[in-house]
Ligand binder design. Structure first.
Ligand SMILES: Nc1ncnc2c1ncn2[C@@H]1O[C@H](COP(=O)(O)OP(=O)(O)OP(=O)(O)O)[C@@H](O)[C@H]1O
Length: 290
């Protein structure tokens, strides 16, 4: 479980993070979304005890990071800057880190295999691709069998199969009761993964909630015989109607209602599709509403 309460970090006159309150619950994957510079890394760094909050609280399993007993057994982190020494092999890195987190050598070896680096374990990590470094960072984070995982922009450097692998791993972690908090500006990548979303902009929480609730606004895309008359009829029925030049976008009616109204007006319908909003649409509408 992760909780922040009125978490704030001020650098000089800049509020990097301001009054950020959210919860990332066990059994769920929570996405922290925002543009570059919106305060994601600063929030995660405060949770991990790497940056001291100006005020407010950042709690993992009910405690500040520095008050956690055995922190490496409670929380694993994948941060943007790699952890490993470039001259050290992946294998040697895992053995050093295993000692720090009290994990066995067997677990370290098994994790190298789990992240797909069994053949690259003898190579210096400085020679790894960005994607391989991310895999090594994930293996390191999992060493202490932590219930909480925190990942800052892990999609950077991962190719599509790598991203699919990471999605599977994080979903399994949440399914087993773990808590996952992942930051990203790649909305389409996150849409396939997260259960809950916290959108931040300029250091503040703009919107937070379950993904399904945030993108609940289903719209109908309708192409018919007479768009002008259709618009009038739908608006009279209480819907809001927009057009992209080729089709009408209708919010506030079911497909059945929209079809029946067109039939009453004797206007032919050539195409009628119910489209669920994408995370990107939610993000843009939140950003525009500010
Ligand atoms: N150590 C620091 N000193 C001064 N300003 C900082 C420091 N760290 C972050 N900031 C500022 O705080 C704001 C938020 O930065 P942060 O790195 O948390 O954003 P982010 O959402 O993680 O962005 P990115 O995806 O680019 O890393 C930015 O305006 C940044 O310039």
């Amino acid at each position: 479980m992760i909780e922040t309460r009125e978490l704030t970090k001020t650098y000089g006159r800049v509020d990097a993070v301001r009054d950020v309150t959210f919860t990332a619950a066990p059994g769920r994957v929570t996405g922290l979304l925002g543009l570059n510079g919106s305060g994601k890394s600063t929030t995660l760094r405060m949770l991990l005890g790497l940056t001291r909050p100006t005020r407010g609280q950042a709690l993992i399993n009910g405690s500040r990071y520095r008050d956690l007993k055995n922190p490496l057994r409670q929380v694993g982190a994948v941060l943007e800057q790699g952890l490993s020494h470039p001259g050290q092999t992946g294998y040697a890195h895992m053995m050093t880190q295993a000692k720090l987190s009290g994990a066995s050598r067997e677990r370290a070896t098994a994790l190298l295999e789990y992240v797909g680096l069994e053949d690259a374990g003898g190579k210096r990590s400085g020679e790894y691709s960005l994607g391989m470094r991310q895999r090594l960072a994930v293996a390191t984070a999992l060493l202490g069998e932590p219930s909480v995982l925190i990942l800052d922009e892990p999609a950077n450097g991962l190719d599509p199969p790598g991203m699919a692998w990471l999605r599977g791993l994080l979903r399994d972690h949440a399914y087993a009761g773990g808590t996952v908090l992942i930051s990203s500006h790649l909305l389409s990548e996150l849409e396939l993964l997260v259960d809950d979303v916290v959108i931040i902009g300029e250091g503040r929480v703009l919107r937070a909630g379950p993904l399904d609730e945030l993108r609940a606004g289903t719209q109908l895309r309708i192409r018919g015989g007479d768009h002008e008359r259709l618009t009038t009829a739908y608006e009279q029925a209480g819907a809001s109607v927009a057009t992209d030049g080729r089709a009408l976008w209708v919010a506030g009616l079911s497909p059945e209602q929209a079809g029946d109204i067109a039939l009453e007006q004797r206007i032919p319908i050539y195409e009628l599709v119910a489209e669920t909003q994408h995370l990107e649409d939610v993000f843009l509408s939140v950003a525009e509403a500010r």
